[in-house]
Design a protein around this ligand. Structure first.
Ligand code: SF4
Length: 505
């Protein structure tokens, strides 16, 4: 009997469950590993070219490691996944296929239909890249019910014994140190930049191919990411040694000077399976126990990896496919053209967009409180926002973007994921960054041709959606400000908001 083990491009894990099972049952000699680069999938959107380089190079390195370990690997570059699977089937005539469940909806549906299409048994094993595959803290969620991330996160901490004292209480006396994660970056701070990895011949060949064949955003030049598990672990060590200690205090800070600040930049590696979430969480805990990192840093990091990342994946599978049709605010404006160039007078948006287009990375607060904040207030269609994030960001895959954009960022789901919409005036951006200092717009004005659009659009949004916002008790403070807006001021807000929105194209 010949067995095919199909390893998807974002499943480059150390111990692949399908490979392990096939080897146990069949032996290494009777199995063929199938890996596919699909041109159709890579061209579905104008993807960041560095993202494609990372994906293809990591896949090719992984395939080479398997070959070196004695596996037969059928690595195919094909117009689409289906033709590659069929050509593989004709060439190898497998009697059975094993694979690990895709992290994305479309891919998993395809896997579920494969057996009928190929006429052989196809076993789809649970996805081990997520801890919720090993422990589901809310195994029977009810449709339409809201689940709070904090409860989910505590259960994950308890189950995996992360920052939990022997008496069952949270280390440091609290489960969440979010309030100690909000410092502005001092002007003289010099965060240790992440280590970089010069492209090897395999990566250089991929860079040439992507440059030639894909018309996405950004350039392949300057690609310097890890493309193997060994290199990704070195990148992780670099974070734990040099940035974790300050990560907590400055987790929400934004800076025009420093792209990474004290963030880990683990997300692209976690997404592809090059790093393991539990290993990272345990390492952060170890650094805290060894007095190498304060509790607000260790807990803040673990909350991102074991709390937020897992919660988002869990919500994605709970709410798909309906969530992608949600549009709570009836936002229908097309994405402004400057999202593809960064050419806008708004300094914060210009810098964040240009960074995203160039490197494929900005940290989560810039994504939430600059990009998504703007899109929510300007009434941009959630589908176009989701596609933009998927295109521009190196770590953006559907399972992570859909809940983050439709839920957290735009509240298009009506509050199934986040308990309140996240939006603010320029005050938040000014408090947490240096962007306003060099902006041509007036951060203190609400109306007028040079007023910061975050201010104008913020008040316009509140006026437009007052009824819906009043029904959310967590929005009371924002609505209190309305008392200071008399009729004249309200009409000016509406006038200047409309005038600004008409300039967006
Ligand atoms: Fe952004 Fe407004 Fe500040 Fe300019 S003034 S950087 S647009 S928040």
């Amino acid at each position: 009997m010949t067995v095919t083990v199909w390893i998807l491009g974002d499943q480059l894990v150390t111990t692949h469950p399908a490979l392990e099972l096939a080897e146990q049952e069949q032996g290494r000699d009777r199995l063929v590993v199938l890996m596919i680069e699909s041109e159709q999938r890579a061209g579905r959107l104008p993807y960041q070219r560095k993202k494609l380089v990372l994906l293809f190079s990591a896949m090719r390195h992984y395939a080479q490691e398997l070959r070196t370990a004695g596996y037969c690997v059928d690595y195919r570059t094909a117009p689409d996944t289906d033709s590659a699977v069929r050509e593989h089937f004709e060439a190898h005539q497998p009697d059975r296929m094993l694979t690990m469940a895709a992290s994305e909806y479309r891919g998993r549906r395809y896997q579920q239909r494969l057996s009928r299409g190929l006429g052989i048994p196809v076993t789809v094993l649970p996805n081990t890249q997520f801890l919720t595959g090993r422990f589901d803290p809310i195994p029977d969620p009810q449709p339409g019910r809201r689940y709070v991330q904090e409860r989910f996160y505590r259960k994950m901490r308890q189950h995996f014994d992360l920052l939990v004292d022997p008496d069952g209480e949270p280390s440091g006396g609290r489960w969440n140190f979010d309030k100690e994660n909000r410092k502005r970056l001092p002007a003289d701070a010099e965060p240790h930049p992440p280590i970089t990895f010069p492209p090897d011949p395999v990566t250089r060949a991929v860079m040439d191919e992507v440059e030639r064949n894909y018309q996405g955003v950004g350039q392949v030049a300057g690609f310097n990411l890890a493309v193997t598990r060994q290199a990704a672990r070195a990148a992780a060590q670099d974070f734990f040694d040099h940035r974790l200690a300050d990560f907590g205090a400055y987790e929400d800070a934004m800076s025009s000077m420093h792209e990474t600040i004290y963030h880990s930049r683990h997300s692209p590696y976690l997404t592809l399976g090059l790093l393991d979430p539990l290993e990272l969480a345990r390492e952060a805990q170890g650094r805290y126990l060894a007095d190498q990192a304060p509790i607000n840093s260790a807990e803040g990091f673990i909350r991102q990896v074991v709390g937020w990342r897992e919660f988002i994946y869990w919500q994605y599978w709970r709410l798909m496919p309906g969530i992608t049709d949600s549009n709570f605010w009836n936002a229908e404006r097309p994405l402004p053209g400057f999202f593809w160039s960064g050419e806008t007078r708004m300094n914060c948006l210009r810098q964040v967009i240009q960074r995203a287009l160039e490197s494929g990375y900005t940290h989560h607060i810039e994504r939430l409180m600059v990009v998504s904040n703007f899109c929510l207030l300007a009434g941009i269609d959630p589908r176009t926002v989701n596609d933009w994030f998927l295109s521009a960001y190196i770590d953006a895959y559907e399972w992570v973007m859909v809940p983050n954009v439709y839920g957290m960022g735009l509240h298009a789901d009506g509050g199934l994921i986040a308990t309140k919409p996240y939006f603010s005036t320029s005050n938040y951006i000014n408090r947490m960054s240096d962007y306003c200092r060099d902006c041509a717009l007036d951060r203190k004005s609400r109306t007028g041709k040079d007023a910061c659009p975050f201010n104008t659009l913020y008040w316009n949004f509140i006026l437009q959606h007052e009824g819906a916002l009043r029904s959310n008790p967590r929005m009371n403070r924002s609505l209190l400000g309305l008392r200071h807006l008399d009729d004249r001021e309200r009409s000016l807000v509406r006038k200047y908001a409309l005038r600004y929105l008409e300039t967006l194209s």
